[in-house]
Design a binder for this molecule. Structure first.
Ligand code: ADP
Length: 220
């Protein structure tokens, strides 16, 4: 797993680095020729590349932090209040016509930061990858004797079943840069790593154009 992670992380970091190397090269060439008309453009590509590298490195650091037992303080957490907080923030970002519906959610024994990250990523993705005028995400829960199942359903663009596994790998993004609100493709890898660490699992049902429904289980 570590080898695969190192491969993906270094591969993806090379893309913005290539941009930086080539445009600093062009800047150097033009500087020597005393011809700096393209300076603003080249310079902004270098800056963009550096910014992108910065967010990829931050995501990599965050990813390595999930699961550090020493930093985890578990307690009883009411998932209703976790989701309410996220909901308030997202409604501000995504506007009045957005609907985030929540059923009655149970309490779990977990770490609050991890639960927040988990719900935040799933709910925000449902709004982010969504072209409807009335974007909607619905969060409900089902209890079984040993586990709790949470369902996060959206009316967004949907996901081709061919990618239902790879979206959980770090830095996987299915849409072109700039098409949707920015991201690094790390969110769902955090989600799946958090669930691994608490003995839960995640899966989804989705087709392109038909919204997505993510299911995850948490042990009681
Ligand atoms: P990010 O949002 O930063 O790109 P994620 O790891 O959260 O990273 O998601 C990976 C990719 O999976 C996204 O870039 C997007 O293409 C796709 N995706 C995730 N959630 C959804 C969703 N609810 N609806 C449609 N596509 C999604």
């Amino acid at each position: 797993e570590l080898e695969r992670f190192a491969y993906i992380a270094s591969h993806d970091l090379k893309t913005p680095l290539r941009t930086i190397i080539s445009f600093t090269g062009l800047l150097e060439r033009d500087f020597k020729r005393n011809k700096l008309d393209s300076f603003p453009d080249y310079f902004s590509y270098v800056k963009e590349g550096a910014k992108q590298m910065n967010s990829l490195i931050s995501s990599t650091l965050e990813y390595s932090k999930v699961n550090h037992e020493t930093e985890i303080e578990k307690k009883k957490i009411d998932l209703n209040s976790v989701v309410e907080k996220i909901k308030r923030n997202l409604l501000q970002t995504y506007g009045e016509s957005t609907i985030i519906q929540k059923g009655n959610l149970p309490s779990v024994f977990a770490e609050e930061g991890q639960m927040t990250l988990l719900f935040q990523n799933l709910i925000e993705n449902g709004l982010k990858y969504n072209q409807e005028d009335n974007k909607m995400v619905k969060i409900t829960a089902k209890e079984t004797p040993n586990s709790i199942q949470i369902i996060v359903k959206d009316n967004g663009i949907g996901i081709d079943p061919r990618f239902h596994e790879s979206i959980f790998e770090i830095f996987t993004r299915l849409n072109k840069d700039g098409e949707y609100k920015e991201g690094t493709g790390a969110g769902l890898s955090f989600v799946s790593k958090i669930l691994d660490s608490v003995g839960g699992r995640i899966w989804l049902e989705s087709e392109v154009g038909e919204g997505s429904c993510f299911y995850f289980s948490l042990l009681k």
